[in-house]
Design a binder for this molecule. Structure first.
Ligand code: HEM
Length: 402
C-alpha cells in the first residue's frame, strides 16, 4: 500500500496546489523544489475496507488519545465529530493541508505514512443511546493478578491512534483532531510512543523494544491465508453489531518495563526468559529469526531448549488453543519516576477479530507466570471496537451513527 518515489511526491505537492490548498498551499508548493525522500512521500490511503494503521507497519512516531464525550453530547454530536475527524484524516494522509488549517506545523513534509485510526470504548454506547448495538466483544477485560492499572489513563469513550514516520506530521494530526473535538469530546488521556526510524538500519528489520529484544517476529503476516480471519471481523458480519464488519478489536496496554532489574540479568538469562536470542531474534530451538519455533526440542541434558516459562512458549497459539493476535506496538519513555527508575516500556496494542480468542486467554496464561511478567507492570488498559474503513465521502463509524 506504500507509494514510494518521486511520482507520489509530485502527487502530494499537486494535492496541496489544487482545491483544498488551505492558507499555505502556494507557499508550500514554492518551497518544495526538490522531491521528498521516500520516507516523506510514502502515503497510506485513509479509505478502504479496513482502517489504516492496523495491518501497516508501525511508524516511527505514535500518539494514542482517548476522549470522553462532553456532558450533553450524544449520538448526533458524535456523528458530526467522526465526520469532521474522518475528513481531516483523509486530507492529512494524502498530504493535503485541510481547509482552514493555518497551524503550519507540518508544512514542507509529505504524508510520511501517516495513519489515523478511530475506535469506540464500551462507555460510548451508553452515552449515545446505542447500548443495544454494543458488540458482545466489548465486555470489560477481566482483571489480571499482576495489573496495577490507573483508571485515569485507561478506557474512554473514543480512541484515536495516530502513527507517522515524521514527528511533526504526527503532532499536526493530533493537534487538529484535538481542536476539532472542541465542545463535543474532552481528552481523557494521551500516550506518546516511538519505533525505529525507517532507514536507520541496513535493511528493513523487525523492530526492537526497550529491553533490546527483536519484537514482532511471530506476528501473523498480512500475506498469511488466515490473517484476515485472525485480525478482522468478517465482512459479512450481521446482527446488532453488523456495523463492525471489516473492523477489529484493539487491546491497548501501557506496560512499564522494570529495566533496572531486567538489565541485571545476564544475557543468557534474558534469552531464556523470552526463548529467543537477543542478537538476531533466533529461537533457542535453533535456526534464524524466521525459523519456526520447536517447542518440543530438548538439549543433550534433557532440558527444554525453550524453557517451560519462556515468554514465547506461554504466549504461543499452540499453548492457547490457537489464540492469536497482531501485536503492533510503540515504545514509550516519559522520563523518570520518583525512585529514579525510567518510566519506559511498551504501548502494547493487540489487534484481533475477537479479544476472547486473542488477548484475553493469552494474557490469562502470561499472568499466571511467564518468565517475563516479573519484569513488567501493566499500568493502563483499554479495549476498543475499531469499525471497518470507510469509502470516499463517508466517515468512520457511519454505519453505527447515521
Ligand atoms: C512474542 C516481548 C507482552 C504476546 C514476543 C517476543 C518478544 C516479546 C521479544 C518474541 C518475538 C516475537 O515473536 O515477536 C514482549 C514484551 C512485552 C510483551 C517486551 C511487554 C512489555 C506481551 C503480551 C502479550 C504478548 C501482553 C499478549 C497478551 C506475545 C505473542 C508472541 C510474543 C502471542 C508470539 C509467540 C509465538 O507464537 O512465538 N513478545 N511481549 N506479549 N508475545 Fe510478547
Amino acid at each position: 500500500r506504500r507509494l514510494l518515489g518521486t511520482a507520489s511526491a509530485a502527487g502530494a505537492a499537486g494535492l496541496v496546489a489544487g482545491g483544498a490548498a488551505g492558507a499555505f498551499g502556494d507557499r508550500a508548493l514554492r518551497e518544495r523544489p526538490t522531491a521528498l525522500t521516500t520516507v516523506g512521500s510514502a502515503a497510506l490511503p485513509f479509505h478502504g475496507s479496513h482502517q489504516a494503521g492496523i495491518a501497516d507497519p508501525a511508524q516511527a512516531h505514535g500518539h494514542l488519545l482517548a476522549f470522553d464525550l462532553a456532558p450533553g453530547a450524544g449520538r448526533k454530536a458524535a456523528a458530526a465529530l467522526l465526520r469532521r475527524w474522518s475528513a481531516t484524516a483523509a486530507a492529512l494522509t494524502a498530504g493535503q493541508v485541510p481547509d482552514g488549517d493555518s497551524t503550519g506545523i507540518a508544512l514542507d513534509a509529505g504524508p510520511s505514512s501517516l495513519t489515523v485510526t478511530f475506535g469506540f470504548g464500551r462507555s460510548f454506547f451508553d452515552r449515545t443511546g446505542l447500548t443495544a448495538r454494543r458488540p458482545a466483544a466489548l465486555e470489560p477485560l477481566p482483571a489480571f493478578t499482576q495489573d496495577a492499572l490507573d483508571p485515569k489513563r485507561s478506557d474512554g469513550d473514543l480512541w484515536v491512534q495516530i502513527g507517522a514516520d515524521d514527528a511533526l506530521v504526527a503532532f499536526h494530526a493530533l493537534r487538529l483532531l484535538q481542536r476539532q473535538a472542541q465542545d463535543t469530546a474532552r481528552l481523557r488521556w494521551q500516550m506518546n510512543g516511538f519505533n525505529r526510524t525507517p532507514g536507520a538500519t541496513d535493511r528493513p528489520r523487525t523492530a526492537r523494544n526497550l529491553m533490546g529484544q527483536v519484537d514482532g517476529t511471530n506476528n501473523p503476516k498480512p500475506t498469511d491465508s488466515d490473517f484476515a480471519a485472525k485480525v478482522f471481523v468478517p465482512g459479512d458480519h450481521g446482527g446488532a453489531d453488523g456495523w463492525m464488519a471489516g473492523g477489529s478489536y484493539a487491546v491497548v496496554r501501557r506496560i512499564r518495563m522494570l529495566l533496572d532489574s531486567w538489565e541485571q540479568l545476564s544475557l543468557a538469562r534474558q534469552e531464556r526468559v523470552i526463548g529467543r536470542r537477543k542478537s538476531d531474534g533466533a529461537p533457542l530451538s535453533g535456526g534464524t529469526e524466521t525459523t519456526p519455533v520447536d517447542l518440543a526440542k530438548t538439549l543433550p541434558d534433557g532440558s527444554l531448549a525453550i524453557a517451560g516459562d519462556a515468554h514465547i512458549r506461554v504466549a504461543a497459539p499452540a499453548s492457547n488453543q490457537g489464540a492469536a493476535m497482531l501485536r503492533r506496538a510503540f515504545s514509550y519513555h516519559d522520563g523518570f519516576l520518583d525512585d529514579g527508575a525510567p518510566d519506559a516500556g511498551l504501548l502494547f496494542i493487540a489487534w484481533q477479530a475477537d479479544p476472547m480468542k486473542g488477548f484475553v486467554p493469552v494474557q490469562r496464561k502470561l499472568d499466571r507466570g511467564d518468565g517475563l511478567s516479573r519484569f513488567l507492570r501493566h499500568e493502563a488498559s483499554g479495549l476498543f471496537a475499531v469499525p471497518g474503513g470507510c469509502a470516499e465521502g463517508e466517515y468512520v463509524g457511519q454505519r453505527l451513527l447515521e
